[in-house]
Design a protein around this ligand. Structure first.
Ligand code: ADP
Length: 412
């Protein structure tokens, strides 16, 4: 089955095409084709590649996303070496939708699912409209192909109220002001992948998965379900991030509103874009630049790094307390997969929990590997983020169950 995955962000659209066998591999596979559009005001930069080779690189004038997306996807079934005979070969299209509100699992797109995505615009004003636009473009370009919405919040719907409800007025809950959590597609994937790499039943494991990219969040995973996470109502809560504060005393906000007369938009800009590693170091949001500045003796880079690790380790310990112990600690995403220094510093602070890194395995940082020392009570793993493949897998499962239901009905 050919599965197309679309990840529509506020200024980019990423696409990937997978070919799944029946049954598909349990290990992640590379897409057969990938594409990306970067939208500027009136122009769109298109790139596609396959098996590591560029297929298309073009700029087009585009006032809207539809022509650019259509041109990008057409590369799949046209050109000198088309990958598909025609667009009708696409069996199902999966979309990453950031805010799923009440949805606790992936679902086929219907008019009522589209309405629900629309209702959640208030919670994710940049991302959900882009996701819905992606769905509507596919309706126009590929007609009635089945589409699946895979939500970044869904995995965290299992979080109990004690962890999900904010201790504000009780009425907040009925207004939808509660902790949702994000990065759920990758947290769920990483917890399953870690269990497989360890050769253990997912049900038997208590894990903390650390998604450390530009956005950073933890999930406490018990018996394969999210029991807690660090992001909340928005992706601003929790860990220190590249340009976001993470959690701070809300009193700072009321102070700034009163003293500096800041508007909501100005605060939003500071909290989301001028803070975190970039705000503290004054240099960059990129952990590589922070580490190289520390090596050059830069004290603000050192402070940024130490704060990042301090907040990371205290949150891992808090998640561990909620789980009543920890069997595996998983690092994923840009920093989690690549920063030897962050993993080493975090694990050194967590020795009291029985975490022991094998420093040479940590330095080799092979993806999808166990980097803990043989005497570590807690297994420590690096798992490469594979959100697109996870979305494609969710699509395959839904499409398969629909076709087996249809054949059961036919059989009756
Ligand atoms: P996103 O959250 O946008 O998907 P990524 O998961 O790609 O982001 O992570 C991006 C971040 O990963 C970069 O900002 C950088 O800080 C970090 N990163 C990437 N490569 C390395 C590396 N080799 N060493 C340390 N950090 C890295």
């Amino acid at each position: 089955m050919k599965i197309l995955v679309l990840n529509s962000g506020s200024s980019t659209l990423k696409a990937a095409c997978y070919e799944f066998g029946d049954p598909p591999s349990e290990d992640p596979e590379a897409p057969s084709w990938e594409g990306k559009v970067e939208f500027d005001r009136e122009r769109a930069a298109l790139r596609t590649w396959s098996a590591g080779r560029m297929r298309l690189e073009r700029q087009i004038n585009a006032q809207s996303r539809k022509p650019a997306t259509e041109e990008l996807l057409t590369d799949l079934w046209s050109g000198a070496s088309p990958l598909l005979r025609s667009s009708s070969e696409v069996g199902v299209v999966g979309h990453r939708i950031v805010h799923g509100g009440e949805f606790s699992e992936p679902t086929f797109v219907t008019p009522s699912v589209k309405d629900a995505i629309r209702r959640n615009y208030v919670f994710a004003p940049l991302h959900n409209p882009a996701g819905l636009e992606g769905i509507e473009i596919i309706e126009q370009v590929l007609g009635g192909v089945p589409q699946v919405a895979v939500f970044d919040t869904a995995f965290h719907r299992s979080i109990p109220h004690a962890a999900a409800v904010y201790p504000g007025p009780y009425e907040w809950l009925s207004r939808g002001i509660r902790r949702y959590g994000f990065h759920g597609i990758n947290h769920e994937y990483c917890s399953r992948r870690a269990a497989r790499l360890l050769g253990r039943e997912l049900r038997s494991l208590r894990m903390v998965t650390c998604h450390l990219g530009n956005g950073c969040s933890l999930a406490a995973v018990r018996e394969g379900k999210s029991a807690d996470t660090t992001m909340g109502f928005t992706p601003l809560e929790g860990l220190m991030m590249g340009t976001r504060t993470g959690s701070i005393d809300p009193g700072v906000l009321t102070f700034l509103i009163r003293q500096d007369h800041l508007s909501a938009d100005q605060l939003d800009d500071i909290l989301n874009k001028k803070s975190g590693l970039a705000g503290i170091s004054g240099l960059s949001n990129d952990m590589r630049e922070i580490v190289s500045a520390i090596n050059g003796g830069n004290p603000r880079a050192k402070l940024a790094f130490d704060m990042f690790v301090h907040r990371l380790t205290s949150s891992i310990a808090a998640m561990t307390a909620g789980l009543g112990g920890i069997d595996a600690l998983v690092f994923t995403a840009g920093i989690g997969e690549n920063s030897v220094e962050v993993r080493a510093a975090a694990c050194a602070s967590l020795e009291f929990l029985g975490v022991r890194l094998d420093s040479s395995k940590n330095a080799q940082q092979a993806c999808d590997s166990d980097i803990s020392a043989s005497n570590s009570r807690v297994r420590v793993l690096i798992v490469r983020a594979q959100e697109d493949w996870a979305i494609a897998s969710a699509c395959w499962k839904l499409a398969r169950s629909r076709s087996s239901q249809a054949s059961t009905v036919k059989g009756v």
